[in-house]
Design a protein around this ligand. Structure first.
Ligand SMILES: [Zn+2]
Length: 255
């Protein structure tokens, strides 16, 4: 995950290397003539204010992106906000010069960008809330974080962890922390990672510690590792090999 490309604002001269959500190989670039930015009404009206400075400017923008991989050419709709900030350019005399430049922050991509790779074997109950999280990532990190938590609950269910205890015929639902502690022994090495994801999500439930874009990216990196461990062919092969060696209590020999 290229954190810088996802985090910093971009300029018209420099589009970040967002990866195509369809082929995952090409990069997305704005289609010529399909990027439109306009200054908002209140921002325009504020120009008359005596203390006005260019960094008061607020834009909205929309644009159409296309994948650079010619055999794919997927199109992605994108919109967001923008402003004007101080830039430095090297002047004719070779000295840095202060200038004002437009910058933009993406809020929505449709279809959403894939911020981590979801392995083919990953169950839908886990991949769907993660895709929803990717859709919300730029516009609302706390909502994106909530969907990571939903994915985490679904993952525990997929790994055979019960959701509730039954007492006097009533269901008592277990909280996420208790469920992680009930992970079957064979997944014990994943428990620390899952617990860390849970703590990152918890930050959002307290008003004094809002979930940041960095927290969500941390959670993605952790869950990415967990999914790779569980659902890629490479991980499955390694596990099958370990099982075979353990069964023979020695090298597998020629099979
Ligand atoms: Zn593509």
């Amino acid at each position: 995950m290229d954190r810088r490309a996802l985090k910093i604002p971009f300029t018209r001269e420099n589009t970040p290397d967002w990866h195509c959500p369809r082929c995952k190989k090409g990069l997305l670039r704005f289609v010529e003539g399909q990027f439109h930015a306009e200054e908002r009404k209140d921002s325009k009206d504020a120009h008359n204010h005596e203390a006005w400075d260019p960094d008061w400017i607020e834009y909205v923008y929309s644009g159409l992106l296309r994948c650079t991989n010619e055999s794919c050419s997927e199109c992605v709709a994108n919109s967001g906000t923008g402003g004007v900030g101080i830039d430095f350019e090297i002047g004719d005399d070779g000295e840095p010069e202060q200038t004002w430049g437009d910058y933009f922050r993406p809020k929505y991509f449709e279809p959403p960008l894939y911020l981590i790779d979801l392995p083919n074997g990953c169950p839908k109950s886990v991949s769907e809330p993660l895709s929803e999280s990717f859709r919300l990532f730029f516009s609302s990190p706390p909502a994106a974080s909530n969907n990571v938590r939903i994915a985490l609950e679904a993952l525990l269910t997929e790994l055979g962890v019960k959701r509730f205890n039954t007492k006097n015929g009533k269901r008592i639902f277990l909280n996420l922390h208790s469920r992680i502690s009930l992970l079957p022994e064979k997944y014990s090495e994943l428990a620390d990672l899952l617990l860390a994801i849970k703590w990152l999500g918890n930050a959002g439930s307290h008003a004094d510690s809002p979930v940041t874009i960095d927290d969500v990216m941390d959670a993605y990196e952790l869950i990415d590792h967990v999914l790779q461990e569980l659902y890629t062919q490479k991980a499955k092969k390694a596990k099958a090999l370990a099982k075979l060696i353990n069964k023979k209590k020695g090298p597998k020999g020629d099979v």
